[in-house]
Design a protein. Structure first.
Length: 223
């Protein structure tokens, strides 16, 4: 129709990135639930799973599909301010992947997750369960890292809540569904938007296999 911009379905998220996202959500829920009911052995297993996913995601952030690369979604302060300033404007969604604000939110989540996993390797409940590297540090340091592990999870919960709130705000204010593209991998964008280059899934498979082996090797230190 004249005056309406033509749109088309664009594949913006590859399968490995989507699988990472939803597997991470599932493992974080499992990690929280097992900690709450003192099933620390399963809590640690969930943590090793998160470690494998994080190792994969860091590497994927450099060699993966365009929309998964840090260089693609980490924008400067001016781009972030411009995006947030126009938040209430009913403009067409032209973001291929993360928008400028969302990109930094993703990085914050990944950094806190790295702290969470890293401190968990040295955590000790002083009863029956300890991280695989707890035996290599003195007791005061173990206590400090265990406390940091607990506190960083609270920070993670806060960031997750903000993430969900932001998704809801985009839906309510801008009528943009940010969840469905992460499920189906595609979103409807203006026809002039250039589709991102997607990396071959076999590359992701190799990276994740190596990441999983590293996580298993780390777990072996715990006996």
């Amino acid at each position: 129709m004249e005056g309406e911009e033509l749109t088309r379905r664009v594949r913006v998220w590859d399968a490995p990135t989507r699988l990472f996202h939803w597997a991470l959500v599932a493992l974080l829920v499992a990690s929280y639930a097992t900690a709450e009911i003192d099933e620390l052995e399963w809590h640690m297993r969930a943590g090793y799973g998160v470690m494998a996913l994080l190792l994969f995601r860091v590497v994927w952030g450099f060699v993966g599909s365009d929309t998964a690369r840090f260089s693609h979604f980490l924008r400067g302060p001016r781009a972030v301010w411009h995006h947030l300033r126009g938040f209430f404007a009913r403009e067409p969604d032209v973001a291929v992947g993360h928008n400028p604000a969302g990109g930094w939110a993703v990085l914050a989540l990944l950094l806190v997750l790295c702290v969470q996993v890293g401190t968990g390797l040295f955590a000790d409940d002083d009863i029956s369960e300890a991280g695989p590297f707890a035996q290599y540090v003195e007791r005061p340091m173990r206590r400090f890292l265990t406390g940091l592990h607990d506190q960083s999870f609270n920070v993670l919960l806060g960031l997750a809540a903000l993430h969900v709130a932001a998704i809801a705000a985009y839906w309510v204010v801008r009528r943009q569904n940010l969840v469905w593209p992460m499920v189906a991998g595609v979103k409807r964008l203006p026809a002039a938007v250039v589709a991102p280059r997607l990396q071959r899934p076999v590359v992701a498979g190799v990276i994740f296999a190596v990441a999983a082996l590293i996580a298993m090797w780390v777990a072996s230190f715990g006996g």
